[in-house]
Design a protein around this ligand. Structure first.
Ligand SMILES: [Zn+2]
Length: 306
């Protein structure tokens, strides 16, 4: 059966038993008797926590799981209310925003345009992959397929996020730029392997931790900038990366802690749960990073660094 937002208490009670098809089996005395078959009803709709496969459901979110949706139904559900709606739309509209910014970036001066277009491409990759993952993860095969795309795209974004700060932060040191970008791409590739291998799919803490390590690799180029320019000279780069890292870290805190829904299971099923907050902080970090790198280049150019 389906569970809507306005389900009555009896509906909610009924959802605890998975729906099953029944068939009339003839008995010896000729009277039919309804007995359950093994197969579930598989009726597309919104289901409860107990009816949803363990790998798809999220602790403390008790309703609003889409099950047995076709590809077309998944696509149409982007604009319907369930526990993935906000996850889908935050990154869908975020992806459109970065598509527009990529076109805009191409009109900037060549040095800025290349780095910012690469970054916008990475942001679009992540945001649209995430949109697809949240839109189509209604059964195990689709979930497994799109989760890999989603996680890989996070690695792509983190790696390519380094292109503008390293390029603009070391304008006069092209060799350093090359070294840093090679290191970060290798690190991100290793993280991608962990994200893509099916055996690591249930290890969300390991994945998040690895991504944090790759993200906080930024400390190395920042330390290098301090060595080259001194604290004051490195601050324009360091402060911007710290703020971006702060956005990601706060988002990770919500992602891992499952706050606020852990304190009120069932109260944040459709609106305001931790994964939605994680998405908002990713989007905020991505937008901030775009703006911060434009202003970093302006700062560097203003003080005559190459
Ligand atoms: Zn997500």
């Amino acid at each position: 059966m389906t569970i809507s937002n306005s389900a009555s208490p009896s509906d909610i009670e009924a959802q605890k038993s998975p729906p099953v098809k029944t068939e009339s089996i003839p008995q010896k005395d000729g009277v039919g008797e309804d007995v359950p078959l093994i197969q579930p009803a598989c009726t597309p709709g919104l289901y409860g926590y107990d009816e949803t496969p363990e790998i798809i459901r999220s602790p403390y979110l008790l309703t609003g799981y889409r099950l047995y949706y076709s590809w077309g139904q998944c696509f149409r559900s982007m604009f319907q209310v369930h526990n993935e709606t906000v996850n889908i739309l935050t990154h869908f509209f975020g992806g459109i925003f970065f598509l527009i910014m990529m076109i805009y970036s191409a009109t900037l001066t060549a040095r800025v345009a290349v780095a910012q277009c690469i970054y916008c491409f990475a942001a679009c990759t992540l945001l649209f992959a995430s949109t697809a993952y949240h839109t189509f993860s209604v059964d195990l095969p689709k979930y497994t397929l799109f989760l890999r795309f989603d996680l890989s795209s996070i690695c792509v974004l983190i790696a390519l996020s380094y292109v503008p700060p390293v390029s603009f932060g070391f304008l006069c040191y092209p060799t350093l730029v090359t070294i840093y970008l090679v290191i970060i791409i290798v690190l991100a590739a290793c993280a991608s392997v962990v994200c893509i291998l099916p055996c690591f799919l249930p290890c969300r803490v390991l994945r998040a931790s690895l991504l944090l390590v790759v993200g906080w690799f930024a400390l190395f180029p920042v330390g290098n900038a301090v060595y080259l320019y001194g604290w004051a000279g490195a601050w324009p780069l360091a402060s911007r990366l710290l703020i971006m890292g702060g956005f990601y870290s706060v988002g990770c805190f919500f992602y891992l802690s499952r706050i606020p829904e852990r304190f009120a299971p069932g109260k944040f099923d459709n609106w305001g749960h931790s994964h939605q907050l994680w998405h908002f902080f990713i989007l905020a970090a991505a937008i901030y990073h775009y703006w911060a790198m434009i202003s970093l280049y302006a700062d560097q150019a203003a003080i005559g660094r190459c």
